[in-house]
Design a protein around this ligand. Structure first.
Ligand code: ADP
Length: 453
């Protein structure tokens, strides 16, 4: 009410001042009463006019963008402008703060590894993060306000959305068949829906691999077990001669060895997968690796192949000795098994100009067709299953080699041509290589003269 009295007083003052002025002027012509009435009316008009000008200025400011300050009039209009402007600025600041919070919230959802899609009561897209856009094949800007079922037509998704039963999630092939997406819907607010999505392609692939692995292991173990149980039955039911008995025992021994080798390789793989990376400061002499592997390879070959081990000198690799021996032994073992009699197996070590070290096993054997090469390191992958089994293979050798290479920060490279032989190269990063003296070893040097660095 503090503003009302001065305003009424001002109006009364204008009327009275006008009336007095009018009366003064009216008495000059003997019409003082008429002059007073006209003067009061004039005073009221002037007052109303001034009010109208201020109101007009204020209204213009209100209708505009309110960028400048409100008109700074004195009295009522000035105070009204000041107060309206202040509450507007306060509101603007609050809106800005809310915007900033919303932006922060949205960028947090945007950073989520999972897809988030918000649908309104009519299943129209309110908002989605880029992960959801990728999962559902949407454009976050263009597809806003579009009905989601017009854009995502996967029958499983449409049926799930329309069923209204969101207790469990579903999975369906991602649009564009880029994999599989798992989706979970949660209702919120006023019939709104929160759609959460996750790319489970990798998980499904791993599950399938695990299932295949268990099936493969079971199959690999069942075969020798069946043979063994057949022999046991035979020995129990039939009278065998000494020669037959020895033969049966020999075959049983082979099957047992096959299972032992398989279990040994499985344990090696499990250890490689479950243990921390080998230390980068334990140095293993390459010559020592050659020594460890050579005797077994020559025994396996039984004089059917020519071997050469070259280039080790005093070179060293940082890592786990048992793993490196296992990797090299697997490669040399394969070279012997897949190279016919009279063939060559060359093992060499070299350090490249960029400091990387290469452990190479080259054979003149049967070679491998190009299409098999990318799959060789898969568990139980064999180009020729019967040849692999007949020579005591488990189908796990190269996956062990690949694991060892990766654990040492390196990789396994394969070059091969059918009928012309194969070259398997273990490449080690410079940080794990000490070149040492890389003088070539004289061919055929006896392993017992090897320096065990
Ligand atoms: P396996 O125990 O069957 O030898 P690996 O994992 O060691 O299993 O090798 C996978 C497959 O790669 C083998 O079955 C074989 O077909 C092929 N392979 C590996 N090394 C050689 C090689 N040196 N020459 C020809 N084929 C090879």
């Amino acid at each position: 009410m503090g503003w009302l009295i001065p305003r009424l007083l001002a109006a009364v003052l204008a009327v009275v001042a006008g009336g007095l002025l009018g009366m003064g002027l009216g008495s000059l012509s003997d019409w003082p009463a008429v002059g007073a009435v006209l003067g009061s009316a004039g005073g009221a008009l002037v007052h109303a006019f001034l009010e109208a000008v201020r109101a007009h200025r204020f209204m213009n400011w209100l209708r505009g963008q309110h960028e400048g300050p409100a008109p700074r009039d004195a009295g009522f209009w000035g105070e009204l402008g000041y107060r309206v402007e202040r509450s507007m600025r306060l509101l603007e600041r609050r809106v800005d703060a809310e915007h900033a919070r919303l932006d922060q919230f949205l960028s947090a959802i945007e950073a989520s590894p999972n897809g988030v899609l918000l649908l309104d009561a009519n299943d129209q897209i309110e908002w989605c993060n880029s992960v959801a856009a990728d999962h559902f094949g949407l454009d976050p800007q263009r597809d806003r306000r579009q009905r989601v079922t017009n854009l995502v037509r996967a029958p499983a998704f449409v049926a799930y959305l329309q069923s209204g039963d969101f207790a469990d999630g579903i999975s369906f092939p991602a649009p564009g068949s880029r994999g599989t997406v798992a989706v979970l819907i949660r209702a919120y607010g006023d019939s709104m829906k929160l759609v959460l999505s996750q790319d489970i392609t990798e998980r499904e692939r791993n599950d399938a691999m695990r299932r295949d692995f268990v099936a493969n292991v079971s199959h690999e173990i069942r075969t020798p077990l069946t043979v063994l149980s057949g022999f046991i039955e035979t020995m129990g039911n039939l009278p065998l001669t000494e020669v037959e008995r020895r033969r049966v025992m020999e075959l049983m021994g082979q099957q047992t060895l096959r299972m032992q080798t398989l279990v040994g390789d499985l344990l090696t793989l499990a250890q490689l997968e479950g243990s921390p990376r080998p230390a980068a400061d334990r140095w293993v002499g390459v010559l020592r690796l050659f020594t460890q592997v050579r005797a077994a390879a020559e025994a396996l070959s039984a004089g059917r192949h020519a071997f050469s081990f070259e280039g080790s000198g005093a070179a060293q690799i940082a890592g786990a000795e048992t793993e490196l021996i296992s990797a090299l032994a697997n490669l040399v073992n394969n070279a012997v098994r897949y190279t016919p009699s009279g063939g060559k197996v060359d093992v060499s070590w070299s350090v490249q100009s960029d400091g990387t070290g290469e452990l190479e096993v080259r054979d003149s054997g049967i070679g491998i067709a190009r299409e098999h090469i990318p799959r060789l390191t898969e568990r139980f992958y064999r180009v020729d299953g019967s040849r692999s089994r007949d020579t005591g293979g488990t189908g796990l050798g190269l996956s062990i080699v690949k694991h060892v290479a990766q654990r040492h920060g390196g990789e396994l490279e394969v070059r091969s041509e059918p009928g012309k032989g194969s070259t398997f190269t273990l490449v080690f990063p410079a940080a794990r290589v000490r070149a040492g003296d890389t003088q070539a070893e004289p061919p055929g040097r006896s392993p017992d003269r090897v320096d065990t660095a």
